[in-house]
Write a protein that binds this ligand. Structure first.
Ligand code: CAA
Length: 258
């Protein structure tokens, strides 16, 4: 598939996806969501890819939200569908991806943009980034998972305040409240994400996929995360990576995971 609104390149088993609508601050329109969904699906089927990094084109924005112009005339049914499609086609897919996904937040991450970053497994922000969920200033609520993932990441009280005030916070503030893991200079952002991805790459990909599944189960209603952990822990013992990892330890060498 040829993409119009995203760029994709894979280097050393790391797939870099750039949302490329800088004229509109990389706002997520329908086509961009479709393309991201397709790119992530095909990446997840490519067994050689070990990590995904998502960022925004140019220096101003990661993603400034869902495309307001596209939904400004929507009715209730269309509004619900917009939200449902976003959850099903993109945001839930990223959260449950078997490959680690890092958000490289290079500028504004607002509304759907922050929601995209929050669906990723790890977030790194450049110092110029501004983060927020301004939806209530538009007469709507966050619709791509923000009311669920923000309290999970920063706690209910801070999430309530951020959503109700619609305020933007700095990268440093986001780091203080646990919304992003690291803050760096803009020119270092992709290098830092790459170095995290390189560390991840040294470890067992099958164990990492199971860890993502087990951690995510902590946030699923009606699911006992401890039971999920017990089951997935047991399954690890059937993998080649378990044999390689434990043999390498005993033989006092570095493991060689494929
Ligand atoms: N949707 C559509 N277009 C957007 C956009 C968005 N979310 N954000 C920015 N743009 C467009 C602007 O309309 C403008 O295009 P034109 O030149 O054609 O008018 C262009 O990008 C540049 O933006 P600005 O001129 O506004 O740039 P600025 O530097 O003055 O302001 C900003 C930057 C503060 C980020 C401002 O653009 C802004 O407030 N954007 C909207 C942020 C927002 O409300 N996001 C939430 C969207 S709703 C949502 O995401 C719902 C959901 O959960 C599903």
């Amino acid at each position: 598939m040829d993409y119009k609104n995203i760029l994709q390149k894979c280097i050393n088993k790391i797939c870099y996806i750039t949302i490329n609508r800088p004229k509109y601050l990389n706002a997520l329109n329908n086509l961009t969501i479709k393309e991201l969904s397709h790119a992530l699906y095909s990446t997840s089927k490519n067994k050689t890819i070990r990590c995904v990094v998502i960022t925004g084109a140019e220096n101003k924005a990661f993603v400034a939200g869902a495309d307001i112009k596209e939904f400004s005339s929507f009715n209730k049914t269309q509004g619900s569908q917009l939200s449902k499609d976003g959850h099903e086609k993109l945001f839930n897919i990223i959260e449950n991806l078997a490959i680690p996904c890092i958000a490289a937040i290079n500028g504004f991450a607002l509304g759907g943009g922050l929601e995209l970053a929050m669906a990723c497994h790890i977030r790194v922000a450049s110092i110029n980034a501004k983060l927020g969920l301004p939806e209530v200033s538009l007469g709507i609520i966050p619709g791509y998972g923000g009311t669920q993932r923000l309290p999970n990441l920063v706690g209910k009280g801070i999430a309530m305040e951020m959503i109700m005030t619609a305020k933007m916070i700095s990268a440093e503030e986001a780091n203080k409240i646990g919304l992003v893991n690291h803050v760096c200079k803009q020119e270092d952002l992709l290098n830092i994400c790459t170095s995290i991805a390189e560390k991840i790459k040294r470890n067992s990909s099958s164990a990492i996929s199971s860890a993502i599944k087990s951690i995510n189960s902590c946030y699923k209603t009606g699911v006992n995360g401890y039971d999920v952990e017990i089951e997935l822990f047991g399954k690890c013992f059937e993998t080649n990576d378990f044999t390689e990892g434990t043999n390498a330890f005993i033989e006092k060498r570095k493991p060689n995971f494929n």
